[in-house]
Ligand binder design. Structure first.
Ligand SMILES: NC(=O)C1=CN([C@@H]2O[C@H](COP(=O)(O)OP(=O)(O)OC[C@H]3O[C@@H](n4cnc5c(N)ncnc54)[C@H](OP(=O)(O)O)[C@@H]3O)[C@@H](O)[C@H]2O)C=CC1
Ligand SMILES: O=C(O)C1=N[C@H](C(=O)O)C[C@H](O)C1
Length: 246
């Protein structure tokens, strides 16, 4: 498979390593300093594109792939406010896109179990729930895309919560939480690849459900596997469509 890498930073470089190991070829690498190479004719040389760029770059990169009719896997987070618009465009134009806030197997197992746990906790109203995420200090978006997925899955399954709010620890936070609001607490600490915890806490005890990424390899391998899965498909997909846990 010929791959275009849109974004060649921390993730793009590890994705390249896994892609080569799995017998693929990287035919295009786009970064901030060669954006002029992001042309339809260059993209058409690829069977699939993988975008791990920046929140304010993802939409433009996605539409460039649609123009070239190249399937695109999007790992970049921080653009989900425009998800519906991108989905409509993808389906209207018969393009292919797969996105995911987290491509690691471990986190996708975590996503599934988080929904099961949230449903169970409907029967235990004494527990308050909170989501915490910790990432490296270069991270541009807050909360993390993964924390947003976790929070939205809790809201869908736990009747006593109906919206999330985010506190980036170390910045001003004056909100008084309403009982139906779910707090996502974001921490930025040097060199942390990504840690997510759901905490259910009562007066008498606490349940912690936690995923810790030891490095970025799980995200990168997952992105290459997602590209292999998407290559010959048409439509708008989420990483959950690959795992399809019941
Ligand atoms: N879904 C998942 O599993 C995961 C998602 N991510 C997400 O992936 C994204 C990238 O993460 P990461 O690699 O750590 O970030 P980096 O900052 O290390 O890399 C991003 C790269 O994209 C480049 N870039 C900036 N603008 C553009 C553009 N318009 N077109 C192409 N490239 C561009 C940057 O260039 P320059 O350095 O010159 O600014 C940089 O090299 C983030 O949104 C992050 O949240 C990360 C890990 C896992
Ligand atoms: O920016 C990162 O590094 C990561 N971003 C993703 C997110 O926002 O959830 C996934 C992972 O946690 C690493």
């Amino acid at each position: 498979m010929k791959i275009a890498l849109l974004g060649y930073g921390k993730m793009g470089q590890i994705i390249e390593r896994f892609a080569l190991e799995r017998g693929h070829e990287v035919v295009l690498k786009i970064n901030i300093d060669n954006l002029e190479d992001l042309t339809t004719s260059n993209l058409k040389k690829a069977d699939v594109a993988i975008d791990f760029s920046a929140p304010d770059a993802a939409i433009n990169n996605i539409y460039a792939c649609f123009d070239a009719n190249v399937p695109v896997v999007v790992g970049t987070t921080g653009w989900y406010g425009q998800l519906q618009e991108v989905k409509n465009e993808c389906l209207t134009r018969n393009n292919s896109l797969l996105y995911g806030s987290n491509f690691s197997i471990g986190v996708n197992i975590f996503f599934h179990m988080n929904k099961v746990l949230a449903k169970l906790m409907n029967g235990f109203p004494a527990y308050e729930v909170q989501v915490e995420e910790i990432h490296h200090t270069q991270k541009l978006d807050s909360p993390s895309g993964t924390a947003m997925t976790i929070a939205e899955d809790i809201i869908e399954n736990l009747d006593r919560k109906n919206e999330w709010v985010n506190e980036l620890v170390g910045t001003q936070f004056d909100d008084v939480l309403k009982k139906e609001q779910l707090l996502i607490e974001s921490h930025r600490i040097e060199n942390i690849p990504g840690t997510h915890t759901v905490v259910y806490s009562s007066e008498v005890d606490e349940i912690e459900f936690k995923h810790t990424a030891h490095n970025r390899s799980g995200f990168a391998l997952g992105a290459v596997v997602a590209a292999e899965w998407l290559e010959k498909k048409q439509g708008f997909y989420n990483i959950a469509d690959i795992f399809n846990f019941k």
